[in-house]
Design a protein around this ligand. Structure first.
Ligand code: NAP
Length: 263
């Protein structure tokens, strides 16, 4: 479908689980050479092995390797982006997906909790893009795809003010970054997922998942493949004239004014 993806060198942060793993699988299925990163080595190595085996079974020519890394640490971001270049001779696409969503009420939130969420979700996006920039410039078709959220940019949720601020901050970042990167032919866009079935979302519990399903016009949570498709589109040659933009992938969740409005 996306013929321009085959052979591209792709880095997916937080690619060891959930949405990031789905994005990595989507790129590998289109023949890309992917590096996934995350903090937990065992999970990462297992994911890379399974994703490479799936790409081999499909005969796509895609492959997936793991490099341990923490996006909140600029030195780690430099090491991971260098490792991706060493493995694949360059870097064409960076998916800034690593993120955490612990709940904390505004009343109880500690400075440490706020720093952790902003440090990974927002500053981590800056650090990875900064580290990848020289390689993306050399690529000639550099692409950055950020996993933001509906929470923050479009909606709110009690207990997630720090998370919402981090996800809205990512959009402020991409709009100015788009202008700086455009000079080098690099595009940067964001996908805004609604509620997507992942390991991270499972941790919020069955009551949360049930109430979310009831609020989604299409009647079910999204899949990691739904987000991968949007990321692949932004990475393709066909999307080369799109930059600084957002794409909501939420089953219609942000459309109704109330539950009654769903009919
Ligand atoms: P998940 O299942 O918990 O996976 C998170 C991934 O990020 C893991 O690979 C994790 O690996 C990695 N990660 C976390 N902190 C990291 C760090 N400091 N450095 C490097 N990697 C790190 O989460 P998910 O549901 O797939 O969410 C992924 C992204 O989508 C997040 O940015 C989230 O905000 C966004 N999102 C998710 C949903 C949803 O419904 N699931 C909706 C909207 C937006 P380690 O823990 O081993 O580091």
């Amino acid at each position: 479908m996306f013929t321009s993806i085959s052979g591209r060198s792709v880095l997916v942060t937080g690619g060891t689980k959930g949405i990031g793993r789905g994005i990595a699988a989507g790129f590998a299925a289109e023949g890309a050479r992917v590096v996934i990163t995350g903090r937990d080595r065992d999970t990462g190595e297992r994911a890379a092995g399974e994703l490479t085996a799936a790409a081999q079974r499909a005969g796509s020519g895609g492959q997936v390797g793991f490099e341990p890394g923490d996006v909140s640490d600029p030195a780690s971001c430099a090491a991971v982006t260098q490792a991706a270049q060493d493995r694949h001779g360059g870097l064409d696409v960076v998916c800034c997906n690593a993120g955490i969503f612990p709940a904390a009420s505004l009343e109880d939130m500690t400075p440490g909790q706020l720093d952790e969420v902003l440090g990974i979700n927002l500053k981590g996006t800056f650090f990875i893009v900064q580290a990848a920039l020289p390689a993306l410039k050399r690529s000639g078709h550099g692409r950055v795809i950020v996993t933001s959220s509906i929470t923050g940019p479009l909606t709110g949720f009690a207990g997630w003010s720090h998370y919402g601020a981090s996800k809205a901050g990512q959009l402020g970042f991409i709009r100015s970054a788009a202008l700086e990167l455009a000079r080098s032919g690099i595009t940067i866009n964001a996908v805004l997922p609604g509620n997507i079935a992942t390991e991270g979302l499972d941790e919020l519990g069955p009551d949360y998942l049930r109430s979310m399903e009831a609020a989604i016009p299409l009647g079910h949570l999204g899949s990691i493949g739904d987000i991968a498709s949007a990321a692949l589109f932004f990475a393709s040659d066909e999307a080369g004239y799109i930059t600084g933009q957002t794409l909501v992938v939420d089953g219609g969740q942000t459309i109704p004014e109330s539950l009654e409005a769903m009919g």
